[in-house]
Write a protein that binds this ligand. Structure first.
Ligand SMILES: [Zn+2]
Length: 256
């Protein structure tokens, strides 16, 4: 199924990647996953995503200057999520649309995303969530669905700005303060409660009452997206309050 002109009006043109397949079980997009390329050259990143050797791709690519290319037809299964989990689902490529945002990422010290690029990411995301009726809380970062393994799009990504424009679910984080906290090695009911809240929101982790390595990675992933002021994997009061607010204010399913 070749696409000759982009499906989104926000995209300038098609630059086809061969790296895609059929969505399993006839699934349709119900999730939007945002990535950074993590390479210093955006041209090389684009070539890599379109190289059959790489076995990776995404549906759209957003340059630093805001230009947008479509690489994979929206109905096809692009290969961007890898080993991942959300709400118990593990084949996230089959249920999602992926956007690669050109940014050199953590290896380059997390350069800021230029405003023109963010404007395009917002416009493209808005178009996709509207056309596919993707719920706000299913607009996620790669780090949310692959905690520890992936760090993108990174804690400098302006999720707050997207939320103000009606893309994604995000609440103002509670202020970072000193006080009681939970961290690696702790165990017991409060840790179990924290794990249950993270799992309820969608994060993949075992509820075992032990603040283990996996729990630390998920807490850091949560912070990266929702409380970016301090990403340390320590569940302080601000982290827990922000998580509670996020769950309490989770929007219902989109109107039919
Ligand atoms: Zn990624």
């Amino acid at each position: 199924m070749a696409v000759l002109s982009p499906e989104s009006k926000v995209a300038d043109k098609v630059f086809a990647s061969p790296n895609h397949g059929e969505r399993r079980d006839g699934q349709r997009p119900t999730m939007l996953v945002l990535h950074y390329t993590g390479m210093t050259s955006e041209g090389e990143a684009l070539q890599w995503l379109c190289n059959p050797v790489s076995q990776v791709s995404a549906h759209y690519f957003v340059f630093e200057d805001g230009r947008v290319l479509q690489m994979v037809p929206e109905l096809r299964r692009a290969w961007h999520a890898g080993h991942a989990i959300w709400n118990g689902e593990t084949d996230l490529n089959s249920c999602s649309i992926g956007i690669e945002i050109a940014n050199a990422g953590h290896p380059a010290g997390l350069p800021p995303y230029p405003e023109a690029q963010i404007r395009s990411v917002i416009a493209l995301s808005k178009d996709l969530v509207t056309r596919w009726r993707i719920p706000a809380e299913r607009v996620l970062g790669h780090s949310d669905i692959a905690p520890g393994r992936k760090l993108d799009p990174g804690e400098v990504f302006p999720w707050d700005e997207l939320q103000r424009e009606g893309v994604g679910h995000w609440v103002e984080p509670a202020a970072v303060q000193d006080g009681r906290f939970f961290s690696r090695g702790d165990r017991g009911m409060p840790v179990e409660a924290l794990q249950a809240m993270l799992a309820m929101y969608g994060y993949g982790l075992k509820i075992n009452g032990m603040f283990d390595d996996d729990t630390e990675k998920v807490v850091a992933a949560f912070q990266r997206h929702f409380r970016p002021q301090r990403v340390d994997g320590v569940a302080d009061a601000s982290t827990i309050t922000t998580l509670r607010d996020l769950i309490a204010r989770r929007p219902g399913p989109p109107e039919a």
